[in-house]
Ligand binder design. Structure first.
Ligand code: NVA
Length: 373
């Protein structure tokens, strides 16, 4: 804190010039003050591309091929929009300032060197923007359809920058054909995970990282390569340590339905994907996410049912959870948390839940270490 003492005549006036950066978030659990919540307005099936194949549920790949470049069904968008409004209302009632991106015309095709694509949505700020401390980073996407997605957030990014945040952008990848393995096919059950992206240029989605102060957990995935992780490590510098963990996930994309740090010393894991708790979590309480109860006939375009783990911590106790997910709500209570239920199953159809749909721009806290060395 900087206090400037200015002497005016005989009085001493204390001017508090404490700098409050609008962007300040080091982990997933400090008290949430400001958040960006995505929008489903304008959500569209993107142009078909090989990079989609490994991460879409098998029963959705044909739907994406057939509907490429068309909007998602209007009634699904409307149902998800209603749930987003409920979520925003709940966050505001819990004292959080909510910001929204601009929707984009995702039906309009755009080009880069040697390829064209239509867009997807601005529903999941967690994927394309990474907040580390006072810095907000535009991520280098592996999906061509997401190449310009951060433009929907630019008015906010400019505002945060003007108010003192650091605003960066990772090297913009060309996303030329060298970036992809066009021979990708589904591996047999006994074969190792096969990733569709190469190491041609750095790519990563922010959702493949989860922040725990000085330590950041990452996974390699169908959108995040070693090159991207290395770029981020060097960009962040020695104050941060990125730990790359491997999970039992044949179609990895985004870590937040696999491993979710909820509070200092408290970790939620996907029991199917994390058969052995990584040793860096020595001394932590480990909670197994309950088996999801989303019915088979509920459309999930882009994720598994483990999206039930994609919760949002409002602080070390309060946690936003899907209202119909009774097993998760009971488990959270049993583990000592305070669940804040919100309807979100229709939003889940679009590939995310509360964590994906948000970017925690500001949490009240500072850089700390949470792991036993
Ligand atoms: N790709 C993950 C979801 C991550 C939010 C899954 O389908 O389980």
């Amino acid at each position: 804190m900087i206090n400037t003492h200015t002497t005016v005549k005989t009085e001493t006036v204390i001017v508090d010039t404490t700098f409050t950066c609008p962007v300040n978030s080091f982990n997933e659990w400090d008290p949430l003050e400001e958040v960006i919540v995505g929008t489903v307005d304008g959500a569209s099936f993107p142009s078909w591309h090989i990079a989609l194949e490994p991460v879409l549920p098998e029963n959705q790949r044909e739907t994406f091929r057939l509907n490429a470049g068309k909007p998602f069904p209007a009634e699904r968008v409307a149902a998800a929009r209603t749930e987003l409004e409920e979520f925003v209302h709940i966050l505001e009632c819990e004292g959080v300032k909510v910001r929204r991106p601009e929707s984009m015309d995702n039906l309009k095709s755009f080009s880069a060197l040697g390829w064209t694509s239509t867009g997807l949505y601005t529903a999941m700020p967690r994927d394309v923007l990474l907040v580390v401390g006072n810095e907000i980073i535009e991520c280098p996407p592996a999906w061509r359809s997401r190449y310009f997605e951060t433009c929907g957030y630019r008015p906010l990014l400019k505002e945060y920058f003007r108010e003192g945040a650091k605003w960066s952008m990772a090297p913009k990848p060309e996303l030329s054909d060298e970036q992809y393995d066009y021979t990708w096919t589904e591996p047999e059950e006994d074969e190792p995970t096969r990733l569709v992206i190469t190491e041609f240029e750095p790519t990563f989605d922010a959702a493949d990282f989860t922040r725990m102060g000085r330590d950041i957990i990452a996974q390699k995935s169908n959108v995040t390569n070693d090159f991207g992780i290395e770029w981020l490590q060097r960009h962040l510098g020695d104050q941060y340590r990125i730990h790359v963990l491997e999970f039992n996930d044949p179609h990895p994309m985004h870590i937040d339905a696999t491993l979710v740090p909820m509070a200092p010393g408290k970790l939620l894991i996907n029991p199917e994907r994390v058969p052995k708790v990584p040793s860096i979590f020595k001394g932590w309480d480990v909670f197994h996410a309950p088996t999801p109860i989303i019915p088979d006939d509920h459309t999930l375009y882009m994720t598994s049912k483990w999206i039930n783990m994609n919760i949002l911590m409002l602080d070390e106790e309060r946690v936003v959870v899907e209202r119909q997910d009774e097993p998760m709500i009971s488990a959270l209570k049993r583990w000592g948390f305070k669940p804040v239920p919100c309807n979100f199953r229709n939003f889940n159809s679009f590939g995310g839940s509360f964590h994906c749909a948000t970017l925690d721009v500001r949490r009240r806290g500072r850089l700390e270490s949470y792991l036993l060395d």
